[in-house]
Design a protein around this ligand. Structure first.
Ligand SMILES: [Zn+2]
Length: 314
């Protein structure tokens, strides 16, 4: 069974404006990297629009509507700010609906055995969006929605999200906090935006595992955090589907983070997660792009990540 790659040109239309790090070129460089012949074995599909009833597993209809209505009406209309660092342009709503739709479609294909695993090369990212708030470049909590959809539609009993973005996924954590069958684990730099993700934040059911890292930490410290905290907690939780919040801004060249990972480190983490998914969940992995703001670091790291997903699927 193949690895599925979901993306959509509409994700380029979310125009955050000059100087904003979460920019369309991020997706262009990932697309270009994955156009290399060594990725010829990917099954490629366009990301569909998310079904709003599925988004409502996490966000209210009023929340979705408020975002839809905030969208500037024409390509010439000025951008609006949904929070202090989340601009919305004409086209942003479709991009957000396709980013969320990709995660949902990936769950459908992986849970029904049509794909072994999947990567969603989409933007805007999702892990900072909370139940009731747009935050940190994120509109809809794509990974959390996908996790809840796997439970609601596909009978997955337990779903785990592992997030190796340099920022803590406060949104995913908030949405999962009181859900005994949903697990969230994160490595992230602290202190750093959004400020959450301390060790003591463990969820209502011990279903949250945070491994904060210090500025300057690199591959050695990450491997240690994975081996000593993330992987044992994940093994202990057990799961029917693993979702990866794949942010590549812990890369050493990233302008927003102070960690020092290289593409090889992302490959190592992916290997460990894929191996755990094979042991626990028939290999079912859905990976969604979160951050990553150095174009070279993002492209190389995403390529390394997808290579490991493909090896697992072959
Ligand atoms: Zn990030």
């Amino acid at each position: 069974m193949p690895t599925l790659l979901l993306t959509h040109p509409a994700c380029l239309l979310h125009d955050t404006g000059p100087g904003h790090p979460e920019r369309p070129d991020r997706l262009r460089v990932v697309d270009k990297a994955l156009a290399d012949p060594r990725f010829a074995g990917l099954t490629r599909a366009e990301a569909p629009l998310a079904n709003t009833a599925i988004i409502e597993l996490v966000h209210s209809a009023a929340y979705i509507d408020a975002i839809r209505k905030a969208e500037p009406p024409t390509p010439d209309s000025p951008r609006v700010m949904l929070d202090s660092d989340t601009p919305m342009s004409h086209g942003s709503f479709e991009a957000a609906m396709r980013a969320c739709g990709a995660a949902i479609e990936a769950v459908d294909q992986v849970m029904t055995g049509k794909a072994h695993n999947a990567f969603c090369a989409t933007r805007p990212p999702g892990h900072h969006a909370e139940t009731n708030s747009v935050q940190g470049f994120c509109f809809f909590s794509n990974a959390a929605i996908a996790a809840k959809h796997a439970r609601a539609r596909h009978g997955a009993e337990r779903v785990a999200v592992v997030d190796f973005d340099v920022h803590h996924g406060n949104g995913t954590q908030e949405i999962f906090w009181n859900e005994r069958n949903l697990f969230y684990a994160s490595t992230h730099q602290m202190p750093l935006f959004p400020g959450s993700g301390a060790l003591r934040e463990t969820g209502a059911f011990d279903n949250v595992c945070n491994a904060p890292m210090r500025a300057g930490d690199g591959g050695h410290e990450f491997r240690d955090a994975f081996n000593s905290r993330i992987l044992p907690a994940l093994r202990n939780f057990g799961f029917d589907l693993l979702i990866i919040s794949a942010g590549f801004d812990a890369h050493r060249d990233d302008p927003l983070g102070g960690l020092t990972l290289a593409a090889d480190d992302f490959a190592w983490m992916t290997h460990k997660l894929v191996d755990m998914a094979v042991a626990k969940a028939h290999g079912r992995v859905v990976s969604v792009l979160e951050g990553g703001y150095d174009l070279g670091g993002l492209a190389n790291s995403a390529a390394a990540h997808v290579s490991v997903l493909m090896e697992a699927a072959s």
